[in-house]
Design a protein. Structure first.
Length: 217
């Protein structure tokens, strides 16, 4: 198999990179990792060597260049169907795609006011107008997913899927800002954090030295 190459940003801050990285890691696929720190002086020049959008993440495979985290995950699911990155059941798969797309496109208040940061704790911070509405919708998604499709495992659809990759940065946000959660959501957060791949990402994020002021309180 031709080598996969994933270009990402800082592990401490790049939530979009985490989604694609986690999907590949959980699949057990071998890949080369290229990290381009966000907002460095020549960031645009460096990232455009790989990505036509000028953004991370971007996946290189054979002659294909795939940018955007959701497109990368869909590509992986199609190219490596034996990895079962979407639920096998059709109804569950439709639901998983819907909630992944909703996460991909929405929850702007949460994103803006609770930026992902693995190295710090900001309890009580970030609860600006509209953030609690985003939190409530996310926990509602988690509750419904676990209730309808979660039998057989600790992830949203039992086993790990792309949907879990898409909500993984939210898990880190909820931990960093000490968001108060219901029992189902707390258990899900703990299950995601317990993944060895997540622990690997968090440790690497803590080892980084770059500081991006707009992601810090």
């Amino acid at each position: 198999m031709t080598q996969l190459t994933l270009v990402i940003g800082n592990k401490n801050y790049s939530s979009w990179s985490l989604r694609a990285w986690l999907a590949i890691k959980q699949s057990g696929l071998e890949f080369e990792e290229v990290c381009i720190p966000l907002y460095i002086s020549d960031y645009s020049t460096k990232v455009r060597q790989y990505s036509p959008s000028g953004k991370v993440p971007v996946l290189l495979h054979d002659t294909q260049t795939i940018w955007d985290s959701l497109a990368i995950c869909e590509y992986l699911a199609e190219a490596f169907p034996h990895q079962h990155l979407w639920p096998e059941d059709k109804t569950a798969r439709v639901f998983a795609r819907c909630i992944s797309a909703e996460m991909h496109a929405g929850f702007q208040k949460l994103r803006q006011n609770m930026p992902m940061n693995c190295r710090v704790k900001y309890p009580g911070k970030g609860l600006a107008l509209g953030v609690q509405k985003d939190i409530d919708r996310i926990t509602s998604i988690w509750q419904e997913s676990r209730q309808k499709f979660g039998a057989g495992g600790d992830m949203l659809f039992g086993d790990f899927t792309i949907a879990d990759a898409f909500f993984a940065p939210v898990v880190l946000r909820f931990v960093a800002y000490d968001v108060q959660l219901d029992a189902v959501s707390r258990d899900y957060v703990e299950a995601v954090l317990a993944l060895p791949t997540m622990q690997e990402w968090i440790q690497a994020a803590k080892n980084e030295t770059e500081v991006i002021s707009e992601y810090e309180f």
